[in-house]
Design a protein around this ligand. Structure first.
Ligand SMILES: Nc1ncnc2c1ncn2[C@@H]1O[C@H](COP(=O)(O)OP(=O)(O)OP(=O)(O)O)[C@@H](O)[C@H]1O
Ligand SMILES: [Mg+2]
Length: 319
């Protein structure tokens, strides 16, 4: 499998072949009694991206991740991880680093000792311990007992643990839990560094804003189903708005008519027009405005936030 670099990372709309997928989930379900925690879920994640796995509490993120890590069996459906079926997790687990919700440590051992024990059990070189402690910014506190760690420090130790096998694919469930704002910024930088080394990262969060800046790819989950899976840019660009200032009311009305005829919602705010539409429609709008005589207009582009996009998608608003 060839990792993507900055130049080869899939662009919106690019065709992605099956063998360049780090994760491919097809119709996956997990029922607990009558509860459908995951319900016919289908999504994919290409190699070499940071993929945000987003959904409200109870959407099925942790359950999906547990199935991908071979910890529980699906009720229905199939999935591959690094090209291997999840019914044979031993085929891909050595190439994966996973962190699920609150990881368990030996509280009476130091952070460094916890990692050394794991390195020993997993057959990883001991020098990895120093490297991963440094990478997550815990080197100074590595000798302290884990029971004296703050929540955020335990979370960092969990990321260090997931990194021990130098994995091709990193699956992190809510890694930002308990991190302070600086810790979140550092985590984003660490994830970008790992992606730039060619690794794939799937990271879940119920806080949309947390993943907005860092995700190249998004999988949005609601009630066990995917409501979106694709490049992050397509989503925010698609759900943006154009703010149009016109020199006079005649030109403003012309622009409003063009947008309305195209089926977009148009409102007036502080004398400007606010058109809810894909932001790349700006070029077409300017062209059509010019043809109808509205030559003196200014068009500003406003991309939707991830939160707005997600809410719009749940409402089934205009795609
Ligand atoms: N072992 C279990 N037994 C019964 N129900 C379960 C079990 N595990 C999860 N569920 C249910 O499945 C649904 C999905 O839970 P899951 O933990 O996957 O959600 P999540 O998206 O990770 O939520 P959060 O953001 O709160 O972590 C919830 O309704 C939960 O109560
Ligand atoms: Mg969860």
């Amino acid at each position: 499998m060839i990792p993507h670099t900055e130049a080869t990372r899939p662009e919106p709309g690019a065709h992605i072949s099956e063998d360049s997928l780090a994760i491919n989930v097809q119709g996956l379900s997990k029922h607990f009694g009558a509860r459908k925690a995951v319900d016919g879920l289908t999504f994919s994640v290409p190699c070499g991206v940071i993929a945000g796995f987003i959904g409200p509490n109870g959407a099925g993120k942790t359950t999906t991740i547990r199935m991908l890590l071979g910890l529980i069996r699906p009720t229905e459906g199939t999935a591959t991880v690094l090209g291997k079926g999840i019914s044979h997790p031993h085929m891909y687990l050595p190439h994966i680093g996973g962190l699920i919700e609150s990881p368990a440590f030996y509280p009476t051992l130091s952070g460094r000792k916890n990692l050394e024990v794991l390195a020993h059990l997993g057959g990883h070189p001991l020098q990895r311990v120093k490297q991963v402690l440094e990478f997550v910014g815990l080197n100074d506190r590595g000798k302290d007992l884990v029971r004296s760690y703050s929540l955020g420090m335990k979370q960092r130790l969990g990321v260090a643990m997931a990194l021990l096998p130098d994995p091709e694919l990193l699956i992190l469930d809510e890694p930002a839990n308990g991190l302070d704002p600086l810790g979140i910024i550092q985590l984003r930088d660490q994830l970008r560094t790992l992606r730039d080394q060619g690794k794939t990262i799937l990271l879940s969060s119920h806080l949309l804003g947390e993943l907005e800046q860092v995700s190249d790819w998004l999988v949005m989950l609601n009630q066990g189903k995917a409501v979106f899976s694709g490049p992050a840019r397509t989503l925010v660009e698609h759900r943006g708005a154009l703010i149009v200032e016109a020199a006079d009311t005649i030109q403003r009305d012309l622009v409003a008519r063009i947008a309305t005829e195209e089926g977009y919602s148009v409102t007036q705010q502080d004398g400007s027009l606010h058109i809810t539409c894909p932001v790349d429609w700006a070029t077409e709008l300017k062209k059509r405005a010019k043809e109808t005589g509205a030559t003196n207009i200014t068009v500003h582009v406003r991309e939707a936030s991830l939160e707005e996009s997600f809410l719009a998608m749940l409402k089934g608003a205009h795609q």
